[in-house]
Ligand binder design. Structure first.
Ligand code: AQP
Length: 333
């Protein structure tokens, strides 16, 4: 990696095929960042097991997620792209950082509250300490910038607090990372309940667009999207469904809200939904093609993620041994 460039870290869970929300809010922005930054992108499988996973399905989703990452334009030679579980430093650093994190802070995390309500039968300690592992993911590389969707803002804030607390206690060491949240599409909403974010693990298949859905499926899901009875394409308070579709259309076409309102002036929701569906399907088409190609070459994928993990480990082992020395552990060598 080039020394003079700032460093970016971001991750995505292999809990299913990426949604349009993951794509617009996060992954789509990752490829262009490679021009300006040193980038480290991880399939964060350790995070995924905070909710119950079927092992065979998790393994399958993880390989698919890795291929999707490359299909979305991540260059595994230029950037580091790897599985989180292939680098033990994340879990090791997480332990040290958990001793610099307060119970009260973790109790305030809204994702913990949401996920424990959703998975009431499995409110495990990992779900609670998830944000500490996320802090370790970022701080292990001393990342400057973390591209995320709006839902991860609170976790990033916590990572900053942990870094600052560690620095105060042991002397300046960790870079305090900044979030990089897109202006548009930072929170893509469910098509069936537009007050809720679009999620990979939504049980209703019509609620989210998966980036591997074919054109017919995408168009059909948009046709069924929940809107309102006004039948006027305009961005306004109380029109969550239409606002969401306008945001999606805008981020796919680059058109402004005003341009979109003008384009669909006098037209019904049917025309608008069809246009959004087609714009999304056309934009995702090259990703589907590239993904199919990559999934046909598992040896290449393996070569990429093995090399990615080696490069990642080289960086974080140095961080970890410095952290161990700072907190007072006896040198191993
Ligand atoms: N709806 C969304 N709109 C914009 N950005 C989103 N992100 C997630 N959903 C939206 C961003 O995608 C990145 C990766 O997310 P993740 O895999 O770490 O987990 P998540 O945020 O919990 O995403 P999901 O899809 O809702 O997964 P499940 O259903 O497994 O919990 C993050 O940068 C996130 O902000």
């Amino acid at each position: 990696m080039e020394n003079e460039k700032k460093l970016i870290f971001s991750g995505i869970q292999p809990t299913g095929t990426f949604t349009l929300g993951n794509y617009i809010g996060a992954v789509r922005n990752w490829a262009p960042l490679q021009e300006e930054y040193n980038c480290i992108y991880s399939i964060v499988d350790l995070h995924a097991i905070t909710v119950t996973q079927d092992p065979a399905t998790l393994r399958k989703h993880s390989m698919e997620a890795y291929a999707l990452l490359l299909a979305c334009g991540i260059d595994p030679k230029r950037s580091i792209a790897f599985f989180q579980s292939h680098n033990p430093s994340h879990a090791e650093l997480s332990w040290v950082l958990s001793c610099a994190t307060q119970f009260g802070e973790l109790s305030r995390m809204t994702q913990f509250k949401d996920k424990s309500a959703k998975h009431a039968d499995n409110i495990n300690a990992g779900l609670f300490t998830y944000p500490v592992l996320m802090a370790a993911d970022i701080l292990a590389y001393n990342a400057d910038l973390v591209p995320i969707g709006a839902d991860q803002k609170q976790h990033l804030e916590l990572a900053r607090n942990i870094a600052q607390r560690f620095n105060q206690r042991y002397g300046d060491f960790f870079t305090v990372p900044d979030g990089y949240i897109p202006k548009l599409g930072a929170r893509v909403m469910s098509l069936q309940n537009p007050t809720k974010k679009m999620s990979k693990s939504d049980e209703n298949p019509n609620a989210c667009i998966l980036i591997l859905d074919d054109k017919d499926t995408i168009v059909r899901k948009f046709k069924r999207a929940v809107t309102d009875s006004e039948a006027c394409v305009r961005y306004a308070e109380g029109k969550d469904g239409i606002n969401n579709l306008i945001t999606i259309y805008s981020s796919m076409t680059g058109k402004t809200v005003e341009e979109i309102e003008r384009e669909f002036d006098g037209k019904g929701y049917g025309d608008f939904k069809l246009a959004v569906g087609e714009a999304v399907a056309d934009a995702l088409e090259p990703i589907r093609t590239e993904y199919a190609k990559l999934m046909g070459d598992k040896a290449y994928l393996k070569e990429c993620y093995t090399e990615g993990a080696e490069r990642a480990r080289r960086i974080t082992q140095r961080t970890l041994s410095k952290v161990y020395r700072k907190v007072g552990f006896v040198d191993a060598r």
